[in-house]
Ligand binder design. Sequence first.
Ligand SMILES: [Zn+2]
Length: 669
Amino acid sequence: MKKFDRILYGGDYNPNQWPREIWAEDMRMFRDAHINSATINVFSWAKLQPSEDEYDFSELDEIVEMLSDENYDIVLGTSTGALPAWMAAKYPEVERTDYDGRHHKFGQRHNACPNSPIFQKYSKRLARKLAQRYGGNPHVKCWHISNEYGGECFCENCEKAFRIWLKEKYGTLEALNQAWNTEFWGHTIYDWNEVVLPNALSEGLWDGKTAFAGISVDYKRFNSDGILANYVAERDAIREYDKETPITTNLMGTYKGLDYFKWAKEMDIISWDNYPSYNTPWSGTAMCHDLMRGLKNAPFMLMEQTPSQQNWQPYNSLKRPGQMRAQSYQTLAHGADTIQFFQLRRSIGGCEKFHGAVIAHAGTENTRVFREVSQLGAELEKLGDTILGSRNEAQVGIVFDWDNYWALEYASGPSVDLSYVNQIHMYYQYFYDRNIAVDMIPFNADFQKYKMVVAPVLYMVKEGMAEELEAFAQNGGTLVTTYMSGIVGQSDNVHLGGYPGPLRKLAGVWVEEIDALAPEQHNEVLMNSGEKYTCSLVCDLMHLEGAQCLGAYGTDFYKGMPAVTRNCYGKGFVYYVGTQMEEAGLCSVLDQAAADAAVESVGPETEGLEVVCRRTQDSKIYFIMNFGDQERRMPSWLCHNRDLLSGEMVSEGTILRKYDTYVIQVRIR
Ligand SMILES: [Zn+2]
């Protein structure tokens, strides 16, 4: 497989939207910005295939030739992320039917029904033709299939495919009825053709909830698998002609619709698009990077970020001076081997005309954004291949699981405020704030690799997982889990015999009831140490079954009942956090858990800074960033090394202002 030999620096480039004289101007300006890569042909299906029997690659030939002459690393799209109009007109089945049952007409993008035989046939054919034509070009360094896969379809083709998927999964209707608990509301299915897709016309309830989470979670799995099959079909078509070039598609962080851990198995390299909002905490962005790295436990590509601003959020603030640079180094720190923008030249029309670009509408290099892109480009060029392929190592694993994401948010009760990503982030943030490296791991990860495993809101405990967690704790690992854990199995039916079901023995507690607190309500947790913290969202009413109470509720009829517990299990420890504690309270619990696990941070004196380490065979590469408003001093243990970006020595006097970033390489032998 081809490998990158430099940090790909560039991004989405659409010269097809511009007259030829602009192309040469682009090449000149991009050279000044040290851009070495372009992602092309992402949305050109209508041009490449103007009608059913006609293909025309002449313009793409010219673009590929120009970029090859300039020695670009080309990321070549397959263009199947948006349908051509003729196809929608001739074969309306290629368009999706939405959750409300409306069959769509031509328009927008990300619009193909994954189970349309016409879409399947022509998308695969296009990918094959592209590979046949460009697969031998040494400048093509990566294939980029479709674009930001996602969405759902509820058409008849999908309904038929769902029935086939279910037959394969369950074998018999008895098994299906049992899995979905269809005795509830008398929904027994007697014939496979009676199965309908769960949307607003069938099982959908208010607020996107569902009458049968078993059906709806299965639909999510089916939809993720179906769209993945589209990816795999194009990938295999490319592989007929190109065995060497890595193939990817751009993912979207914690995007809910697709089970990315399952997708990752079919992808050669992960790539993703990072679009934080103006108020996204830096820890949230870091968590997404760690999740994307965790999908394959390997370096990834940053396929898209904006150099300046976005257009599709409610408030599209500019990146402040230095912010794009710092954000880019955070991305590299957490495992990226590329920095790519959407986009290189700002388009004149369409809904993305206000989306930032390297070259703005003014068409000149005399802009703040262009200067910042150039500075970063020069620095990355200087870094060369230093960081490529280097690894992030972590002693802490946080479980992220799409089945849990879907099932928890489908649950009707106990609270509408249970947001899966927010819950995970609350725990991630503790480690982020202390510069303790974290791997985001799947439910079936090798837990034994870690000193500490954190599994917040582990609502769905699938077959085999409890045993693996028991073995982990038995061997000395520290496990932290919380309210809304161990409740259901893989079909969303409750584990009987008391919460937290299969985790009960491990946690040494029995949760008898779960109270929900409205936003204006709270309780408090009185810790054994005497500290008192407020708590909210949900309160587990639990009984000790071997665990030790660390803190008890302070008010209400369950005053005095345990709220947080710690259980000695084998050589390890299991913490159970029974309510959402205010930040300081959660930190005090996690302090104790982290001490039990003896997890280490990247180093001392890093408070207020983000410091991340990537490891090569013979060195540690530290990324030191300040995202806070306060000035910070360089930690002394990092001083007397050379900053790879400026070439200057850092000393005790080195001060980091907001967005200042240093990269320091320390040899380890
Ligand atoms: Zn469909």
